[in-house]
Design a binder for this molecule. Structure first.
Ligand code: VGL
Ligand code: ZN
Length: 207
């Protein structure tokens, strides 16, 4: 774990926030336990990146109403993140600058896609923007964050995982631990807000 502002941000760095959508927050259709606890930290990361003029990308789960990942259609999950629905909106607490780049995924009713790179333009956009290192947080650690991190690593990006900016579903109790181990083994570097900022960021993410 890197601590105490050990990372100097560069122009080729970007923040990538995965699926920070209402349906994955407490009260949502597929609520991730304690997902609300990451929002203040994500705002602290957003502030650091936008103050430096660095790019911010956000993926969103963006399913048609009859998506194959829904239980009614043979999948695992309750209906969630239906295109244009309230639950598919980004968490209201996030303080997003106007120029964030949004990437919609899992839009094909016949195919689920956990990774933000799966059947999207994300890799092309990042290449065009000359991004080399990705700082990745969001929901959920054991599904879309993991899949996105592993794809980013195999595509050759350097990946920093924001440990205070992720939460797991834990369908099985060990899922979070396994996901973290797999991401670490494949080369993800674990950081928290103190790795980027000398300011004390309290448990509410204020700095
Ligand atoms: C996700 C389950 C189903 C995620 C998306 O964003 O991690 N998990 N769809
Ligand atoms: Zn989904």
């Amino acid at each position: 774990m890197l601590r105490k502002k050990e990372i100097e941000l560069r122009d080729s760095d970007a923040l990538l926030l995965v699926d920070v959508q209402k349906d994955f927050l407490p009260g949502g259709a597929l609520a991730v336990p304690n997902a609300d606890k990451i929002l203040h930290f994500l705002n602290a990361y957003i502030k650091i990146f936008s103050n430096k003029g660095l790019k911010i990308y956000m993926t969103r789960d963006w399913h048609p109403e009859d998506h194959c990942s829904f239980k009614d259609y043979g999948g695992l999950w309750p209906k969630h993140c239906i295109q244009e629905s309230e639950g598919a909106k980004f968490a209201e607490e996030l303080k997003l600058p106007p120029d964030v780049v949004i990437i919609s995924k899992a839009t094909d009713k016949n195919k689920d896609a956990y990774s933000g790179f799966d059947d999207t333009e994300l890799d092309n956009i990042l290449k065009k923007d000359n991004i080399k290192r990705l700082f990745i947080g969001g929901l959920a650690t054991d599904y879309c964050v993991k899949a996105t991190v592993l794809d980013a690593l195999s595509l050759g990006y350097k990946v920093f995982l924001l440990l205070d900016g992720i939460k797991a579903v834990n369908v099985n109790p060990q899922d979070e631990e396994k996901a973290l181990l797999e991401m670490k083994e494949k080369g993800a570097i674990f950081i928290d807000i103190s790795s980027l900022s000398d300011d004390i960021v309290d448990s509410r993410g204020n700095c």
